[in-house]
Unconditional design. Structure first.
Length: 286
């Protein structure tokens, strides 16, 4: 496959330097660009558009990866992205992973203003308050996508959405649903309540049991789940903002559930309750 531009031999190339610095949050914020690593993430980025503009700006690929993922290279070019064939050491220099997969994309920020999320009338939202681990943030985003959530909100106290580890952990879900960032938790709750959304705070010490809430048929309406810090959960002032503080019941001997697992349980519980209240057929039916 002939290169779209001259092969990048040296990691000191200005194009490589500009991409490499996106591993740091301050440069991502300044340039409003982030890295997408691996064929799945790049494929998703190549097919995504926001506001009529393609998300993928630039693509670096080794010769071997360009041959293996020729369809992705074609999609990137069709999307208007600049494609560079690069030496292995160039990809290794840009990548933030130990074993790069040969393709790294540079993408435009794609977060959605919080007001647009509210205006769309969301029925299921995940709010990440004080979530600091990028892997957890990306995984919760993936869970929200899988459960059919309408949006995800990352508060100003949470990790950067565009941290490379968060992007990888989302496994493409970053491109599938609206995500608002930097929203103070008080504003997030106030706005969602104003949009008619019930606020449930997920906490292991919650006074309400998830099974009981399902049995009482209280979860069929628009709902936002607020998830807290991996180590210390939600502070009292955040729990006080919620309509109810709900715990996931532990029926076995496990001490607790990690954040992503608890989020998946809560989001799927709401999704199932909403399907039932809306008259949809059971997820177990064909």
């Amino acid at each position: 496959m002939p290169p779209a531009t001259p092969e990048l031999i040296s990691p000191r190339s200005p194009r490589v330097s500009a991409a490499r610095r996106l591993a740091k949050r301050n440069f991502r914020g300044k340039d409003r660009l982030f890295l997408a690593e691996g064929p799945q993430a790049v494929r998703e980025a190549a097919g995504h558009r926001s506001g009529g503009t393609g998300t993928l700006v630039e693509l670096f690929a080794t010769v071997e990866a360009a041959e293996r993922y020729a369809d992705i290279i074609g999609e990137a070019r069709d999307a208007g992205a600049r494609v560079h064939l690069a030496a292995d050491e160039v990809i290794a220099d840009i990548s933030t992973t130990v074993t790069p997969q040969g393709v790294v994309g540079v993408c435009r920020f794609l977060d959605t203003p919080f007001e647009e999320i509210l205006a769309a009338g969301p029925r299921l939202v995940a709010v990440l308050a004080h979530v600091r681990d990028p892997g957890n943030a990306g995984t919760v985003l993936r869970c929200a996508d899988a459960a059919g959530a309408d949006a995800v909100v990352l508060t100003d106290a949470s990790v950067d959405l565009y941290n490379p580890k968060a992007v990888r952990a989302s496994v493409g879900s970053l491109y599938h649903l609206p995500v608002a960032v930097g929203v103070p938790v008080e504003r997030a709750v106030e706005g969602l309540k104003g949009a008619g959304v019930r606020i449930l705070a997920a906490d292991g010490a919650g006074e309400c049991d998830l099974d009981d809430e399902l049995d009482k048929d209280t979860m069929g309406g628009p709902t936002a789940w607020v998830f807290g810090n991996e180590a210390w959960g939600l502070p009292e002032q955040t729990r006080a903002l919620a309509d109810a503080v709900v715990r996931v019941p532990i029926h076995g001997k496990a001490e607790s559930l990690n954040l992503a697992t608890a989020a998946a349980v809560c989001l799927y519980a709401s999704a199932r309750a909403q399907r039932a209240s809306g008259g949809c057929r059971s997820v177990t039916e064909s």
